[in-house]
Design a protein around this ligand. Structure first.
Ligand code: ZN
Ligand code: ZN
Length: 294
C-alpha cells in the first residue's frame, strides 16, 4: 500500500546514510510533504474486474491504454503546486519553464494526459509546443501524478500476477521501469516510479529493447560500503537500470527511495554512455552532452 508517511521515514533514513546528498536532493523532501498532505478521495478509482484486467495483460496491453484516468485538474493542484514550485527552484531555465507550465495548466492547454507516457500518440509534441524539455515535463509528471495514479490503480493491483505479463514496461501505466530489484528468491523485479506498479522480467533481458544476449548485457556491481547496488545496462540500445540485490542488502529502502537516493550510480552509468529510461533530477542538473541545444 502507498503510504507517503513511511516513504518520508525511509527518505530520512537514507539521508542519514548518505548525508552528503541532503542539500542536492532537498527537492524530494518538499515532494514527499506534498504527497503526504494530499487526499486521494478526489480520484475515481479504476473498478475493473480481475477478468477484465487479466484479459488486457495477457494480450500485452497496459491498463491505462484502455482505461485512461480522467483526473480533475483541480484535484491535482495540491500536489502539482508544490512540485512546480520546487522544480522552479532548480535554476533559471526550470523557473521559466514552470511559469509556462502553470499558465498552460490554468488555461486548460495542458492536462494530466500530456504527462502520461502511456497516453502519448505519435506526432503530438506537447513539450516543444510549450517550450519545455521532455525530461523536465516528464520529471514534473512523475512527481505530480504518483499519488493520483496509486489511488487510481489501487483496487486492481491485487489482480495482477507476474504470470500474466511478459513485457519490459509497466502493466498498469505503460511507463518504462525506473528501478530493478533482485529479490530473496533470485527473481528480478522491475518497479514503475510513475504509478508504483511492479512486475518481473528475466535476469538476462533488457527491458527497453528486449535484447537477451548475455554478450551485450553489462552488469556493474558496486563494492565495499555500496555492495548490493547494481547498474544493469544494454550495449545494444545503451539503456540502463539501477537496482539493488536484496539478498546482499536486506535493509534497502523501497525502489523509489533507493532510486532517488543513488544519483552517483546514474553518473557512473552516464559516463559510460548509457541513457536512463525515466526522468530524473540528475538528468536535469547535468543533461547528457548530446541533449544540449535540443
Ligand atoms: Zn506504472
Ligand atoms: Zn537494450
Amino acid at each position: 500500500m502507498f503510504e507517503p508517511s513511511s516513504l518520508s521515514a525511509e527518505w530520512e533514513d537514507l539521508l542519514a546514510r548518505r548525508p552528503d546528498f541532503r542539500d542536492s536532493l532537498c527537492l524530494y523532501e518538499v515532494v514527499l510533504e506534498a504527497w503526504g498532505m494530499w487526499s486521494p478521495s478526489a480520484v475515481r478509482v479504476l473498478c475493473w474486474s480481475p477478468e477484465e484486467c487479466r484479459e488486457r495483460w495477457e494480450r500485452g496491453a497496459a491498463l491505462i491504454a484502455e482505461a485512461p484516468p480522467a483526473f480533475d485538474p483541480e484535484a491535482l493542484e495540491p500536489i502539482l503546486g508544490p512540485v512546480i514550485e520546487a522544480v522552479a527552484g532548480i535554476g533559471e531555465v526550470e523557473a521559466d519553464a514552470m511559469r509556462r507550465f502553470a499558465e498552460a495548466w490554468d488555461e486548460g492547454r495542458l492536462g494530466a494526459p500530456a504527462l502520461l507516457p502511456g497516453l502519448q500518440k505519435g506526432g503530438e509534441n506537447v513539450p516543444a509546443a510549450l517550450g519545455i524539455s521532455g525530461d523536465l515535463l516528464g520529471f514534473v509528471g512523475y512527481l505530480g501524478l504518483r499519488p493520483p495514479l496509486e489511488a487510481y490503480f489501487a483496487q486492481v493491483r491485487p489482480y495482477f500476477s507476474a504470470d500474466f505479463w511478459d513485457a519490459g514496461h509497466c502493466p498498469f501505466c505503460a511507463a518504462p521501469p525506473a528501478f530493478g530489484d533482485i529479490a530473496d528468491d533470485g527473481k528480478r523485479w522491475l518497479s514503475c516510479a510513475l504509478c508504483g506498479g511492479r512486475w518481473t522480467i528475466g535476469r538476462l533481458r533488457c527491458p527497453f529493447c528486449d535484447n537477451r544476449d548475455a554478450r551485450t548485457l553489462t552488469r556493474l556491481s558496486a563494492e565495499g560500503a555500496e555492495e548490493g547496488y547494481v547498474v544493469e545496462a544494454c550495449d545494444l540500445c545503451r539503456g540502463y537500470l539501477k537496482g539493488v540485490d536484496r539478498r546482499l542488502r536486506w535493509n534497502a529502502a523501497s525502489p523509489l527511495i533507493e532510486d532517488w537516493g543513488t544519483p552517483h550510480l546514474d553518473l557512473i552509468a552516464r559516463r559510460r554512455g548509457y541513457w536512463r529510461g525515466t526522468p530524473s533530477l540528475v538528468q536535469l542538473a547535468a543533461p547528457d552532452p548530446g541533449d544540449e541545444g535540443a
